[in-house]
Design a protein around this ligand. Structure first.
Ligand code: C2E
Ligand code: MG
Ligand code: MG
Length: 754
């Protein structure tokens, strides 16, 4: 069973594969997102560093420019001070005032010998060694000797104070005297320093963006750094050197104090000239926490998407699984259903060796449902299916075929006996009553068996044949199982042909292939024809003449008996008119009616309609009914018979003696005529108890005021016996076989004469 149920379970692969794909995709997307976020922030760090470096380049360029301007300004300032100082009185007080107002540090007056005569700085005159005279090698001496009118020097150390100064000189008067104006270099340095490499670096560093900023000159020497320990150090790292020399921005992750940091190298240019490279080291902390935050956010979103997708896949899996169950498994018994069985057999018919299909049918299950109700029926089916499941093995697979039918597929059996053994096991199940709560119910079983001996191409044919085998088992047969065989098939095919013929006849009103023959009913006292029994005849091009016993039975099974019976009745009524028109009055026509017709609610209506149509004398119509129909519906039928007799229609009980009617019942039955079955009449020519019984039947029937007809009278002996025993009417080959309509006119004419 396991192998079979797995077959129609959901293929898990269809769901596992998408789950794997979704998982991998999500992991990949997660990885890409994380990397993307990381790269995005790295790029931002790099951009930030480049921005800093560019600013730095700009600042450097400006600083260089500024230095020139400041120098110019300073020189202008010194020149101005020289000019102003040279005009007016030369004394210490004035020089002091001028120094203050012109914001210079020193104004001196030297004579032509180089002796300091006047100065704003008192300390120069408080020397113990007297007045200060310019040394032989000195900037001022150079100026004195140069003969130039004025000169502004670079920054140098002041000979007296030792401080660095920038000095300007102007020759005053004609005797070679000069005025010197000095500005403290410290102030200039301070001022110009604010435009220097280190200063700018410190300023950028102060922004707090970087952990370390260094400036590497074109000789690969660190000439500025926020960390003084790096100053004046040469770059030796080959990788860094390579990067520096590419003149392109480059970022890398390095370790600094056991911490991962990001370092970028950005070339710094002024105009088109490369000044050096700026190295900016930034901490990852902030970026890392940003990366972590954004990544967590992204991952959370991904997890939500992932879980949603998995949820969708799982719910669709579960939904499909239950749909699959609904589609292929019977909800009551849990067994695979017919749909499944068909698909399963479709595969199995590929190789048809040693395989068989059993169809188990509970013949009385409908009654169980009707008596105990559907719930009880369901419980019984469940109990039965549990027992059938116990039969399953590696080679035996049970299915629920339909309502009270189960399929059992058997493979790899050796002989038919194996199958018979299984059938006996099935019979064993049914020998015990099925229990539901306190109630018990025995079930009858039939098993149709189909061995895969034919080359079946279609499961439908296979199922059809197993159904044929099942239907072929008659309730009264000894064996309750049957193997499908060709005869069954031929029977079914013949039945199908006959059914088609009947349908054809009905739809075309074909009275060539469906017609009536009439067998005379003869008064035993006068030997005169008093009536005819109408006997239906069906002709088929392929099957020839078909017995009414066969085609009436098929018409009953295929629900064709009502229209067929009505048609027969119409033909019979026409016949009544025809013989009447030919001058034969009082000739009664007996028409056989099926029990199914009688049971129909509209039977009386149909009879009236047909009689009205043909406008016959109702008393000339006789209806023959059989005992079997009375068995289960005595009262209902009897009421209908009364109504028919009220219309003046005669009723005959056909084939008396073969069924179950007793004389006690006959008394209550609304009939006019009793037809003794051929079987009894036949026995009249033989010696035995049946012969005695026939006479008694006639007598008893007469006591009930019934007209007695003997069927199947074939010889004179029988006739004699019947006359002796006062039988009223005879029917049989002795007088005439059933005749065509034309022949009835002849026989009537002859009979009239005789
Ligand atoms: P049934 O109503 O008992 O009809 C009498 C049958 O006995 C007829 O067979 C008839 O041909 C046959 N028979 C008559 N005399 C003799 C005889 O001396 N010896 C022998 N061996 N047979 C004789 P048939 O025509 O084959 O009809 C068989 C049965 O088919 C009828 O039995 C009747 O039950 C049924 N049947 C015939 N026609 C109709 C019909 O129109 N409607 C219905 N519902 N059943 C019909
Ligand atoms: Mg009859
Ligand atoms: Mg009969």
């Amino acid at each position: 069973m396991n192998s079979i149920s797995k077959d129609k379970e959901l293929n898990n692969r269809i769901y596992i594969i998408p789950i794997i794909i979704v998982t991998c995709t999500i992991i990949l997307i997660g990885f890409l997102i994380f990397n993307g976020i990381k790269n995005y922030y790295y790029d931002r760090m790099k951009e930030e560093s480049i921005r800093l470096a560019k600013n730095y380049s700009l600042s450097l360029a400006k600083a260089a420019e500024a230095e020139d301007i400041i120098n110019d300004l300073l020189e202008a300032k010194i020149n101005t001070a020289l000019m102003i100082a040279s005009q007016g009185e030369y004394n210490n007080e004035r020089f002091k005032d001028l120094a203050e107002s012109l914001d210079v540090d020193e104004i001196d007056y030297y004579n032509a010998e180089g002796v300091l005569i006047i100065s704003n700085i008192d300390a120069f005159f408080e020397r113990e060694d007297g007045l200060w005279i310019i040394e032989d090698v000195h900037e001022i001496r150079d100026f004195l000797n140069s003969g130039a009118e004025s000169f502004i020097g670079g920054i140098r150390e002041d000979s007296i104070s030792g401080n660095n100064f920038k000095y300007g000189y102007l020759r005053v008067g004609t005797d070679g005297c000069l005025i010197q104006v000095g500005v403290k270099a410290e102030r200039i340095d301070n001022f110009l320093g604010s435009f220097g490499i280190q200063y700018l670096l410190d300023e950028i560093f102060a922004e707090g963006i970087a952990l370390r900023i260094s400036f590497i000159d074109n000789d690969n020497l660190i000439i500025g750094s926020s960390n003084k320990n790096y100053l004046k150090k040469s770059i030796n790292d080959k990788q860094v050197l390579e990067v520096i020399n590419t003149d392109k921005e480059h970022g890398r992750v390095i370790q600094l104090n056991n911490e991962e940091v990001y370092e970028v190298f950005v070339p710094v240019t002024i105009g088109n000239e490369k000044m050096g490279t700026l190295s900016i080291v930034q901490s990852f902390d902030e970026t890392k926490s940003l990366i972590t935050q954004v990544s967590i956010f992204g991952l959370l979103a991904l997890i939500i998407i992932y879980l949603s997708l998995i949820y969708i896949i799982i719910t669709s899996y579960q939904k499909n699984k239950s749909l699959m169950k609904l589609a292929y498994f019977d909800s009551l018994t849990g067994l695979p259903n017919l749909q499944y069985m068909k698909l399963f057999l479709k595969k199995e018919i590929a190789n048809q060796k040693d395989k068989a299909l059993l169809l188990i049918n509970c013949s009385n299950f409908k009654i169980v449902n009707m008596i105990f109700g559907l719930d009880f029926g369901d419980e019984i089916i469940k109990g039965l299916s549990d027992k059938i499941k116990e039969l399953s093995s590696e080679n035996i697979f049970p299915f629920r075929f339909s309502g009270d039918r189960f399929g059992l597929y058997i493979q790899n059996y050796y002989t038919r006996e194996n199958i018979v053994t299984i059938t006996e096991e099935i019979n064993e199940i049914f020998k015990q009553p099925f229990k539901v709560k306190n109630a018990e119910q025995y079930l009858d079983v039939k098993v149709g068996i189909m061995e895969f001996t034919n080359n079946y191409k279609n499961v439908d044919y296979l199922l059809r044949d197993v159904l044929i085998a099942l239907n072929d088992i008659k309730s009264n047969e000894k064996l309750n199982y049957a193997f499908f065989n060709e005869d069954m098939d031929n029977r079914i095919k013949r039945q199908e042909k006959i059914e088609r013929k009947i349908r054809n006849v009905l739809s075309n009103n074909d009275n060539k292939n469906l017609y009536l023959e009439y067998q005379p009913l003869v008064d035993l006292r006068t030997n005169k024809i008093v009536g005819f029994e109408a006997l239906a005849r069906l002709k088929s091009e392929t099957l020839g003449d078909i017995s009414p016993v066969e085609f009436i039975d098929i018409a009953e099974k295929k629900q064709l008996i009502v229209p067929l019976g009505n048609l027969i009745l119409e033909i019979a009524c026409n016949f009544i008119n025809n013989i009447r028109n030919r001058g034969f009055k009082d000739i009664r026509i007996a028409v056989n009616v099926s029990g199914i017709q009688l049971l129909r609610d509209d039977f009386l209506y149909d009879i009236k309609r047909i009689m009205n149509k043909s406008n016959i004398d109702e008393s000339l119509l006789e209806l023959e009914i059989t005992e079997s129909v009375l068995l289960d519906n005595f009262d209902l039928i009897n009421r209908k018979l009364k109504r028919l007799r009220d219309y003046r229609i005669k009723i005959a009980l056909d084939d008396f003696g073969t069924g179950y009617s007793s004389f006690s019942r006959l008394r209550d039955l609304n009939i006019d005529i009793l037809k003794i079955d051929r079987y009894f009449v036949n026995s009249l020519s033989k010696v035995g108890s049946k012969k005695l019984m026939t006479g008694s039947i006639i007598q008893m029937a007469h006591k009930l005021d019934l007209i007695v007809v003997a069927e199947g009278v074939e010889d004179e002996e029988q006739k004699r016996y019947l006359i002796e025993n006062k039988c009223d009417i005879m029917q049989g080959f002795l007088f005439s076989k059933p005749l065509s309509e034309a022949d009835t006119y002849k026989i009537l004419a002859e009979n009239k004469k005789s």
